[in-house]
Each structure stands twice: as C-alpha cells, then as structure tokens.
Design a protein around this ligand. Structure first.
Ligand code: CDP
Length: 246
C-alpha cells in the first residue's frame, strides 16, 4: 500500500475516550503489518512526568511540562511505537488514575500538542502507520489515506473500559461512576475531538471488535487499490482515469 506521507500509508482513527481506538488501531495495524502509534500515550507520558515532578496540577506551567516531555521518546517496536520515559517503559503508570485525571489539562497546552504532533509525524516517515487520537484526521494528518471516527454509547464505553481494567464483569454502580468520568473527560477534550469531513463514522456500540477491525481493514484495502487509479490526459487532452501498476 502506498500514499500518505512519502511512500507510507496513514490510517487515522479518532474518537472520544474509551471508544476502543487504541485496541482497534493495534489490531488493524497487525492485520496490515503497519505500526500502531497511540498519540494519547504521549499526552499520558508527558502528564506522568508532570505528576512525578511538579506537585499539584493547578500550578503546572506549560513551559515546564513541555520541557519535561523532552524526556519522553517514541521507540519503534515490532508492532507499534512505544513511549519511553527516560528510556523506560511506563505503561502501568501512564494508564493510572492520577494520570487519567490530569491528562486533559496537559492536552490543552498548545506547546504540548505541537510536541506530540511532531513525534507522531516523525514516526510516519518511512513507516505505514495506524495512528489513534482525537485530532489525527483533522490536524496531525489532514491528508491521511483513510480516516475513521469511532463512537459508541457512553455506558457501553464505560462497561468495556472497566471490564478491561478489572478483568471481571463490572457492577452497574461501577459502570455508572465510570460513565460519569468518561462524559466529563469528553467535555474537557471536546475542542480537539473533531470528526474530519472525510472521515468514515463507525458506531461500535453493537459491533464486536473483530467486526469493527474487519470493516476498517476492508476500507483500507479498498482505498489502497483505488489509489492506484490515477487521472491522466488522453490524446484529445481529456482527463481520464487510468491504473497505476501495483
Ligand atoms: O484511551 P482514552 O481514549 O481514554 O484516552 P487516550 O487516547 O489515552 O488519550 C488520553 C488523553 O489525551 C485524552 O483524554 C485527551 O485529553 C488527550 N489526547 C488529545 O488531546 N489528543 C489526541 N490526539 C490524543 C489524546
């Protein structure tokens, strides 16, 4: 497949909190042998450093947070780019409640957004990627080959997130609390969570993950084969469609 930035193919998957973007993006990347880039993990890693070093979140200054963010690197692995904090993986820390509580504040800082966007764009140079976030199809890769906007009912998103986190069936009261937290984070992230005009909207409330992955992979294959259709001029100087060899 080709297109996107240089010779790489870019799939952008955006949507609200816990809409299944990251797990879907990773699965799609595995199917297509692309690399997954989780832009939210970079916001989380920068936030984790601020939690470690800067005390109460109310006093965090943008310049200080972005300076700390320079200790985060995005390292290519076999199937994804992984953030490292001072060279160390920090998956558990970046997914923890302290970071989740403060990440939307850090994500409002323009200098942090510019830093994340640069890391993500750099990852796509020379690699075909599936990138998930909030503004990937609008700001980071407006020319992405395929854009998906994933949505799901908030209660269902909360149920899925808790099942993944707790490893058991959550109680109704737990789902209600988590729904409230998700809806609040959606409100804080609303400005940057934008569906691109040319994105395909996928409501996953009643889909299994396998079904949603299958749809995105099918769309990617369709785009890749149609991108071999090019416009050329015929002998009468009319624009006609022709096929570029694979
Ligand atoms: O996994 P979940 O959907 O809960 O969130 P995430 O993708 O890990 O992103 C964590 C936070 O980073 C979000 O709540 C946003 O505040 C921010 N974010 C953003 O502003 N723009 C992005 N492209 C990705 C994440």
């Amino acid at each position: 497949m080709s297109g996107g930035s240089g010779d790489s193919f870019v799939i952008a998957i955006d949507g609200p909190a816990a809409s299944g973007k990251s797990s879907t993006a990773q699965w799609v990347a595995d199917e297509l042998q692309f690399l997954h880039v989780d832009s939210g993990a970079l916001y989380r890693a920068a936030t984790a450093l601020a939690v470690r070093e800067l005390g109460a979140a109310d006093s965090w200054e943008e310049a200080r947070v972005v300076e700390l963010a320079s200790d985060v690197t995005l390292v290519p692995g076999k199937t994804s780019f992984e953030p490292r904090i001072r060279g160390e993986a920090a998956e558990e820390e970046i997914r923890g409640a302290d970071v989740t509580k403060c990440v939307s504040r850090v994500a409002q800082m323009p200098a942090v957004r510019a830093w994340v966007n640069e890391q993500v764009r750099r990852a796509a140079v020379g690699h075909s990627v599936v990138v998930d976030g909030r503004d990937i199809g609008t700001v980071v890769f407006p020319e992405a080959d395929l854009k998906i906007f994933l949505v799901a009912d908030p209660w269902e998103r909360a149920r899925r997130r808790l099942t993944q986190r707790l490893g058991r069936r959550p109680a109704e009261a737990e789902i209600a609390e988590e729904t409230e937290r998700l809806v609040q984070r959606d409100a804080k992230d609303a400005t940057q969570t934008v569906q691109a005009r040319d994105a395909v909207l996928l409501d996953t409330t009643y889909l299994t993950q396998a079904e949603q992955v299958e749809r995105i992979v099918a769309l990617a294959r369709a785009v890749a084969s149609s991108s071999r259709i090019v416009e050329v001029e015929d002998e009468g100087s009319r624009r006609v469609r022709s096929y570029r060899p694979a």
